[in-house]
Write a protein that binds this ligand. Structure first.
Ligand SMILES: O=P(O)(O)OC[C@H](O)CO
Length: 508
């Protein structure tokens, strides 16, 4: 049986069309689903994803090459164009770096392009094999398996020689490789499911060349959607992501479609001049001047100063505890206070340490030693601590390490929020961290919002009480920012994005 999509566009605006087929029909079934027709909202433009891999795994020059070749690639048919883009974007890169980009960078962009209807179908089925004709498996695997929950991904395969990607394998060979992998994953179950009737979800446009997994041998029922059927499909809302997107990595904060990528490359030289100017202004001008100067260059800075504490802390400086958005957090807190502060840091690059316009004190991750160091700094002046222990880009708060609550002084929570349009100013790659503040300042209109919250009492002593204080401060920050609280830590972030625990070797 072959069902034609029954979601033809209607002239009435609502209600949204029901998913196809009825979800109850998919319960307990094996699904073979076409990624470009069902999971991503058609029409799918493949260029931004190849561009992201080219830039994030290869660098800006490789991205530029892909962009310059794009007009020529447009002369090719869809399939040949995708293969050519994959070749330009991937060949010569380390396989494990491309896989990291697939896990840490691309899921955000694929999720933003996902169709609520297609993802609901995937979630309803018992077992799902996702098939892509466009994106190499190495690019899709992280997104589909970890964020959508499919069991296996089948797509163009890239040959790897000594860990370096050497080119796409031909389709026949890729099909053999896929069959072998599916056998390892499912044994004979997939074929058995086929006999009972796996369900195939394909695109009507792909009817000319359908992957063998959609053949009647595997799929006894096939549903095909065309453009008219999917016209009313909705983007997947963030609160319905099958797994929340708390962490992601990569420099680009926008989807680099051809015009957007062209705009970015045109802006780059101006961006570099902007960074130089802003860095000099922030390093040498007094706080009360550098912000107006920053504003003239497009920086947006908002201070909600309702609870800025006056005077000095009892017997020393004040303790400011903020959530962590970028490395520049303590600088913006210092600017808001209009006086110097010391920031405790961990995994700060040597370059950032050297250029920091405020004093920094390294954490060693030896609890007792760090507590003593922080107390010593606090005795001399104001101290800024970001107890999440790592930056978070999205609207979530990580668990606060309670060490700050053991210093015996009241806590001044500071809620920070940032916005960037082109570049993210954070990274998990050790070699890239020194560039973080520069990328933040390279945005044409970067924004910081600093809000001082009411003071919280110090811990009365004991580990249990300091954990209570840390949790209370996290709740206050979450309430002020509208961010969701989590129990996630630096280790969780680094395990997700970089495959390590985020521990840095002690500096000499
Ligand atoms: O580089 P991150 O995001 O792990 O953040 C590290 C902090 O800035 C430590 O001070």
């Amino acid at each position: 049986r072959h069902h034609r999509g029954r979601m033809a566009a209607t002239t009435k605006p609502s209600p949204p069309p029901p998913p196809l087929p009825g979800l109850d029909r998919l319960h307990g079934r094996t699904l073979v689903v076409d990624v470009e027709a069902w999971i991503l909202r058609p029409p799918v433009c493949a260029f931004p994803y190849f561009m992201l891999v080219a830039i994030e795994a290869g660098g800006f020059l490789r991205g530029l090459l892909l962009l310059l070749l794009y007009p020529l690639l447009c002369l090719l048919g869809d399939g040949a164009r995708a293969r050519a883009m994959a070749t330009v974007a991937l060949v010569g890169l380390e396989e494990k770096e491309v896989a990291r980009v697939g896990r840490a960078v691309l899921p955000k962009f694929f999720l933003e392009a996902a169709a609520a209807e297609g993802v609901a179908a995937v979630q309803a089925a018992a077992r799902v094999v996702a098939v892509s004709a466009t994106f190499p498996r190495v690019m899709l695997d992280g997104f589909l398996r970890e964020y959508v929950g499919v069991d296996a991904v089948v797509g163009p395969e890239v040959r790897s020689v000594g860990g370096v990607l050497a080119g796409l394998v031909d389709e026949e060979h890729a099909a053999e490789m896929a069959a072998k992998r599916l056998r390892v994953l499912f044994g004979a179950e997939l074929e058995a499911a086929g006999k009972k009737g796996a369900v195939g979800l394909v695109g009507a446009a792909s009817s000319g060349r359908v992957h063998y997994l959609f053949s009647p041998y595997y799929c006894k029922e096939t549903f095909a959607v065309g453009e008219a059927d999917t016209r009313g499909w909705r983007p997947l809302p963030r609160n319905r992501y099958p797994r929340p997107l708390v962490f992601h990595d990569g420099r680009l904060a926008f989807a680099p479609t051809p015009p957007a990528a062209l705009a970015m490359y045109t802006f780059l030289p101006f961006g570099i001049a902007l960074v130089a100017f802003r860095s000099i202004a922030f390093s040498f001008l007094p706080y009360r001047i550098c912000f107006p100067v920053g504003a003239l260059t497009g920086m947006h800075y908002r201070l909600v100063a309702g609870h800025v504490p006056g005077g000095a802390g009892a017997g020393g400086g004040r303790l400011y505890v903020c959530n962590h958005r970028t490395l520049l957090d303590p600088v913006f807190v210092a600017a808001a206070l209009g006086k110097p502060v010391t920031a405790v840091t961990y995994s700060l690059s040597k370059v950032s340490e050297l250029l920091a316009p405020i004093r920094t004190a390294r954490l060693t991750r030896d609890r007792e030693k760090d507590r003593r160091n922080m107390a010593a700094v606090l005795a001399r002046g104001d101290l800024v601590v970001c107890p999440e222990g790592t930056t978070c880009r999205e609207e979530y708060l990580l668990r606060l390490s309670p060490l700050f609550a053991e210093l015996g002084v009241d806590v001044n929570p500071v809620a920070l929020d940032t916005r960037v349009g082109i570049f993210y100013g954070t990274s998990t790659k050790p070699g890239a961290k020194w560039m973080d503040p520069f990328y933040f300042m390279m945005n044409p209109r970067p924004a910081y919002r600093v809000e001082f919250l009411p003071r919280a009492a110090a811990s009365r002593g004991g580990r249990g009480d300091s954990i209570d204080v840390a949790n209370r401060v996290q709740r206050e920050l979450g309430r002020a920012l509208g961010f969701e609280l989590t129990g996630l830590t630096r280790k969780d972030k680094y395990m997700t994005l970089a495959g390590n625990e985020g521990v840095v070797p002690p500096a000499p």
